[in-house]
Design a binder for this molecule. Structure first.
Ligand SMILES: Cc1cc2nc3c(=O)[nH]c(=O)nc-3n(C[C@H](O)[C@H](O)[C@H](O)COP(=O)(O)O)c2cc1C
Length: 280
């Protein structure tokens, strides 16, 4: 089940302009005299009415203090307080007013929060992270990430893949060194994870291993954890160091941790450039 909160507005156009152009919402649905706006996991509806409904506080949460600061600048005169930390709620935030004077709050949490990413944002916002905060990943978060990894698809559901958790610094440093600057990110986080697969369990163990690795990349991002696929880890010295049998496949070894920087998305082809048809 999902939900929408609807508020009455006397000026649907001004509200649309503000939430779409200034806040960055998208229009999720238009119906008769109502619009439903989407921002991350929030669905917020406005309907033209004679009465003005103010609701409580419309709170948008962003990923980091830097994003809150950017939004503060963007709000200009609509901002009613400067950004500051609030230790009671563990947030960094400021208040603004929408065109009908509804209180709008922009904040980031100063602590990890439970998963909230909708599927489209998950797929769009995952990045290859190469710089991490120097803080451990709580045990329960690791458990939840691997709980999601149970749901990777595999050929004939054989599930030949496995994840090896590496927290030993000398081993991480060794793995980080095998391909120079390309493999350096392996040692940048608090953990590294090798994704392997066993040929005795499936003749499609290579595909299954690759999919399981990408599944981990997505499952980690659900929990706000960064990863980076490092190429060419199916190497004898990597397997030897990790006590992985030489006939197993190692899809990749990725760092795992809370990003200190999430890179800007590198450019992508337009859809028309990668769609092909048999007659092409
Ligand atoms: C098969 C594969 C191999 C990659 N190898 C490396 C690597 O060795 N080192 C690295 O830093 N990034 C590596 N990457 C990450 C890519 O550079 C990255 O996915 C790409 O630039 C797009 O950026 P994004 O993942 O942030 O969207 C690899 C990605 C894939 C899928």
């Amino acid at each position: 089940m999902s939900g929408i909160v609807f508020l009455g507005t006397r000026d649907l156009e001004a509200v649309r302009r503000f939430y779409v152009e200034e806040v960055g919402c998208t229009i999720w649905l238009e119906q008769a005299d109502c619009i439903v706006l989407k921002h991350g996991n929030m669905l917020l509806g406005f309907c033209s009415r004679d009465i003005l409904e103010m609701g409580g506080i419309i709170t948008f949460f962003l990923d980091c203090k830097c994003d809150v600061d950017v939004m503060y600048k963007q709000m200009g005169e609509r901002a009613v307080t400067p950004p500051k930390e609030n230790s009671k709620y563990g947030i960094y935030h400021f208040f603004a007013a929408d065109p009908e004077d509804r209180p709008v709050e922009f904040q980031c949490f100063l602590h990890p929060v439970a998963p909230h990413l909708p599927g489209d944002d998950l797929l769009r916002t995952r990045r290859s992270v190469r710089k991490f905060e120097d803080r451990p990943i709580p045990e329960d978060v690791i458990v939840q990430v691997f709980e999601l990894c149970r749901w990777a698809p595999t050929s004939m559901n054989r599930q030949p893949y496995y994840y090896m958790i590496i927290d030993d610094r000398p081993t991480m440093d060794f793995l980080a060194s095998v391909r120079g600057s390309s493999s350096a990110p392996i040692a940048a986080g608090p953990l590294a994870i090798a994704i392997g697969s066993d040929p005795e369990l499936s003749k499609r163990h290579i595909e299954d291993g690759d999919i399981a690795a990408y599944h981990l990349l997505l499952a980690a991002w659900v929990h706000g954890l960064g990863t980076c696929w490092i190429a060419d880890m199916d190497r004898s010295e990597v397997k030897e160091r990790l006590n992985i049998p030489q006939d197993h496949y190692v899809a990749t070894v990725t760092p795992l941790g809370y990003p200190s920087t999430v890179p800007q998305p590198p450019g992508r082809k337009d859809v028309a450039e990668f769609l092909r048809f048999p007659e092409d």
